[in-house]
Write a protein that binds this ligand. Structure first.
Ligand SMILES: [Mg+2]
Length: 189
């Protein structure tokens, strides 16, 4: 059975951190102009204050799965071995990373009842995970996989089809497209 590494933030659940950031700022930032993967970089000198509050929050409190995520992942799990792989360490508050890990665990445990907890991988270095297929919104996280699926997010939407083609990356915008690539187009399982 082929293996799939699936990212968590901005792939199975979307926008939880940016919602907290918007509440803190009191406005919705212009995401089209943010090029950094780390949107908190727009906070400038307010960063320390923001993280002193954020460290006690559970960003998955009101989080939901993206549309079709549950059904497609469940279907995929009949043909592939699925691992959820997620970074939990905030660079700004490394000492509180354990809180985030606990919150992530609870979210996965409650929302994806068909994936066993032993298939959760908590790491900031996804290059050590050797899966045949990788689905992530960060390009560097999918490098090395046989099949690379890049989930569209604000920070990768400017990558052109040509650039993606060179890296042998397939762009996906939603879970229906993931299903098409892995269950309909690619019958290599
Ligand atoms: Mg992500």
């Amino acid at each position: 059975m082929k293996t799939i590494m699936v990212d968590m933030d901005d792939v199975i659940t979307y926008g939880n951190f940016s919602k907290i950031l918007e509440d803190y700022l009191g406005y919705v930032p212009d995401y089209d102009r943010i090029k950094s993967y780390y949107i908190q970089d727009i906070l400038g000198d307010k960063k320390a204050d923001f993280f002193s509050k954020f460290k006690d929050m559970d960003m998955y409190d009101h989080a939901t799965l993206l549309p079709d995520c549950y059904d497609v992942l469940k279907e995929l799990s009949a043909y592939y071995k699925i691992y959820i792989c997620t970074d939990y360490i905030w660079r700004e508050i490394v000492e509180y990373a354990g809180n985030n890990l606990k919150n992530k665990y609870r979210f996965l445990y409650e929302k994806l009842d068909f994936i066993e907890p032993k298939n959760y991988i908590f790491t900031a270095d996804k290059s050590v995970v050797h899966c045949d297929i990788k689905i992530d919104d960060k390009v560097s996280n999918i490098e090395g996989a046989e099949t690379k699926l890049l989930f569209t997010a604000w920070h990768n939407k400017d990558l052109t089809e040509e650039e993606l083609k060179q890296k042998n990356i397939i762009r996906v915008n939603n879970w229906k497209e993931i299903k098409k690539v892995l269950l309909e187009d690619n019958k290599s399982f």
